[in-house]
Design a protein around this ligand. Structure first.
Ligand code: ADP
Ligand code: MG
Length: 591
């Protein structure tokens, strides 16, 4: 359904700037005050010009009359000098009001931008894994940079629209006091001019919406291409990639041309319209018997201003129409992220002295076929558990549940009798270390990669962890040691070195439970052995859950859980499982 444009525009502006309504109200007041001061100043120009030109007008208009009365009330005569000071004073005062107006406007818009950026990023960081895992690379970046910047421009346009409209109202009132007919005709002409442009507002919004979306697609495309640049180059595909991107660039160009043209149309059309209008007015008015040049000069000035304000109003609404899609899209995105907030936070402390237990745990994505069903097992504190099973059997899903990235659809998980969801989530994630298969490294030094944003990890902890994870075996040979930069995504290092750094990252926080999800499957034998040695040293103190592909990784485990199609196939010590030649574990052996 096509929404009505004007109410939609007003409602989205009110929604977007809900926290700034008071400031906007103040801006409206200041706008009126500024307009009034300028209007009075212009009005005082009539007697001023009258005195200079010696053609005092027959009708002064109610404001000028009021001014005269005010002067006589204070016993001040209406001389050139007093008028000079009055007019200068009014315009200086108006400049001060205008400065305050712009200061407030600048402050609220800049604050809006800061606040929205922070709020957006904070909300995204607090949203759940299912939402985050669907996020497209580059989108959030574009929302925080382009969309919020343009929404800020929208707020600026709204505040300057306030100034324009308040001035237009005041000018019209003053013009009415001088010449009702002329004002009425100008307003009517202005209204026709304005309404003539109305369809353009909707068109602008439409083009700008496509432009904004295409921009996000470009960001996504480029972001993805850069991540996969090695694969792309290795297949000599840069030109293919470029061809696709150039289509998007072309679309952006077309949209940009339209937006530029639309935004300049108003001022292009306005100028001839104003001149023709003034010529018509002049040719009618100068024949009138009560024609005086001072009234006429001021009237022309006022008509010109009224038209200019109407044209400015058109220009500002045009700009608002252009930025509306940015505000819309950022609000939409924020709402989605808010709805996906990680809701189960828990408050109880983390205590793990005995065992944790899965009881009939099941999981499915959006009510489709279950990925995991009726998983029940116990893990004693200090044990090493190996989890094996074919690809797609649900091992990572199990790990994600344990990390509380996803909630089981059925069953319960308890730790020393406490449901894990009741344990404080932040503490949980601090006590549970995680080494994923994909090695994520920051473009920073090895030490900073071990610290990984956690300020509570000090230099000693970094050095100890580096030692435990055999990181110093290779850093000792580097001139800069732990302060060696790893390059983008760790390109300067081998896979085995990268994974050891990530293991050190987990160990530096001294976890009580350590989860490794196929952490060694991409490693060479030597690196795997090193990690194996490291884990053996932790045996008995840290509870370790290892999802593994290769048998060598888990032979030292206390207990092996084999899963297939989301169910437990077998549980037992390696010795027990080895005794059954038909067990999955034994079959793995024979490969
Ligand atoms: P494993 O780690 O054992 O190889 P996973 O736990 O990663 O297996 O996946 C188990 C199953 O869940 C697979 O069939 C996979 O396709 C499915 N799956 C994983 N993530 C999602 C998701 N976000 N939405 C729907 N299905 C998913
Ligand atoms: Mg997996």
């Amino acid at each position: 359904m096509r929404k009505k444009f004007t109410p939609h525009l007003i409602s989205i502006v009110l929604k977007g700037f809900r926290n700034h309504q008071k400031a906007l109200g103040l801006l409206i007041l200041l706008g009126f005050l500024g307009g009034l001061l300028e209007g009075l100043g212009i009005n005082a120009l009539i007697p001023f010009l009258g005195l200079i030109l010696d053609d005092a007008p027959h009708e002064l208009g109610f404001l000028t009359n009021g001014l005269e009365q005010l002067f006589s009330f204070f016993n001040v005569s209406l001389t050139l000098q007093t008028l000079f000071f009055l007019i200068s004073g009014l315009f200086i005062f108006k400049a001060v009001v205008l400065f305050i107006f712009h200061y407030i406007s600048a402050s609220i818009t800049a604050e809006y931008e800061r606040h929205e950026r922070a709020r957006m990023f904070k909300t995204i960081l607090a949203s759940n894994w299912l939402f985050l895992s669907q996020e497209k690379i580059g989108y959030l970046d574009k929302i925080i940079t382009l969309d919020i910047t343009n929404a800020t421009q929208l707020l600026r346009s709204v505040s300057s629209l306030i100034l324009t409209v308040t001035n237009l109202i005041i000018y019209s009132i003053i013009a009415l006091s001088i010449s009702p007919t002329l004002t009425f005709i100008s307003l009517l002409g202005g209204a026709i001019f304005f309404l003539g442009f109305k369809p353009l507002f909707r068109k602008t919004s439409h083009v700008s919406r496509t432009f904004t979306q295409d921009n996000k697609r470009v960001a996504h495309f480029i972001g993805e291409a850069l991540i996969g640049i090695k694969s792309i180059k290795a297949r000599a595909l840069p030109s293919h990639i470029l061809k696709r991107c150039e289509l998007l660039f072309e679309d952006l160009k077309q949209a940009r041309i339209k937006l530029y043209i639309y935004s300049s149309l108003g001022s292009i059309v306005a100028q001839p319209v104003i001149i023709i209008f003034i010529l018509i007015v002049f040719s009618v008015v100068y024949r009138q018997p009560n024609f005086t040049f001072s009234v006429f000069a001021v009237s022309i000035y006022l008509i010109h201003r009224i038209f200019k304000y109407i044209e400015a109003t058109q220009g500002k609404i045009q700009r608002i129409s252009e930025y509306i899609p940015n505000l819309e899209q950022s609000l939409e995105y924020l709402k989605k992220a808010q709805d996906a907030e990680e809701s189960i936070q828990g408050t109880r402390p983390f205590k793990f002295e005995k065992f944790f237990e899965f009881k009939n745990v099941g999981f499915s994505y959006q009510d489709v076929q279950p990925i995991l069903s009726t998983l029940s097992f116990q893990v004693q504190q200090g044990e090493i558990i190996g989890i094996i099973g074919p690809s797609g059997s649900g091992k990572t899903t199990l790990v994600d549940i344990l990390l509380r990235f996803i909630q089981p659809t059925t069953g319960t998980i308890t730790i020393d009798g406490t449901p894990i969801n009741e344990v404080d989530l932040a503490v949980w994630r601090k006590r549970v270390g995680y080494v994923p298969q994909e090695m994520f490294l920051l473009n920073d030094t090895i030490a900073e990669n071990i610290r990984f944003f956690d300020d509570s990890v000090d230099v000693t902890a970094i050095e100890q962890a580096a030692k435990m994870a055999y990181v110093n075996e290779f850093t000792n040979k580097l001139p800069q040691g732990l302060d060696t930069p790893v390059g983008e995504h760790g390109v300067n290092l081998s896979m085995g070195q990268r994974q050891r750094i990530i293991l050190a990252r987990a160990l530096a926080r001294r976890p009580e439970i350590l989860i490794l999800d196929e952490a060694t499957s991409a490693l060479d034998n030597e690196s795997e052995e090193r990690i194996q040695d490291c884990l053996n040293h932790l045996k008995g103190t840290v509870t370790i859950i290892m999802v593994a592909h290769r048998l060598s990784t888990i032979t030292g485990a206390d207990k092996i859980i084999a899963i297939a199609e989301g169910r437990i196939l077998e549980v037992g010590s390696p010795e027990q499982l080895r005794q059954n030649p038909n067990s999955y574990f034994s079959k793995m052996h024979s490969i």
